[in-house]
Design a protein. Sequence first.
Length: 155
Amino acid sequence: MMENSLTERQVRLAEEHYGELSRFLRAHNLSEDKFYDVVVFGFLDAVREYDERGDATFRRVAEHHMKNSLRMHFEEQREKESLGVRMLSLDYIIPGSAGLRFGDTVADESVDVFAEVCRRMKMRHPRKYRLSNKEDRLRVFKRRAAKGALCVQGI
């Protein structure tokens, strides 16, 4: 991909040929919600190249760049899959945690993380096991989370 900014002329070209982007997505049965962000950069590269060369039809230049962006996107996806890399959401439920989500384990200095996790899991911890400062509570929480036992009584 080239530089990010467009000249005034390139902006006018992009506005004039913007329909090519939608046509490309429809022609290849691609959802605009999922693939717009993938092919728009190819479209912008096509605008820049067409402005500099101008020796071919815009549709041909745009088709080439958008296909290239799509190809690179799918290659990256295949590479991530082959490496075993998975995208995880903070909304995913942690297996075996009675509904605890990954986002629930993110520390917030204003929240007693240990008590909040126990509350969400509908378990109570006795007052005698409450730790005095946030660093100690966070340390114990991380140790328990690593062992897979988040809210067992006792330390």
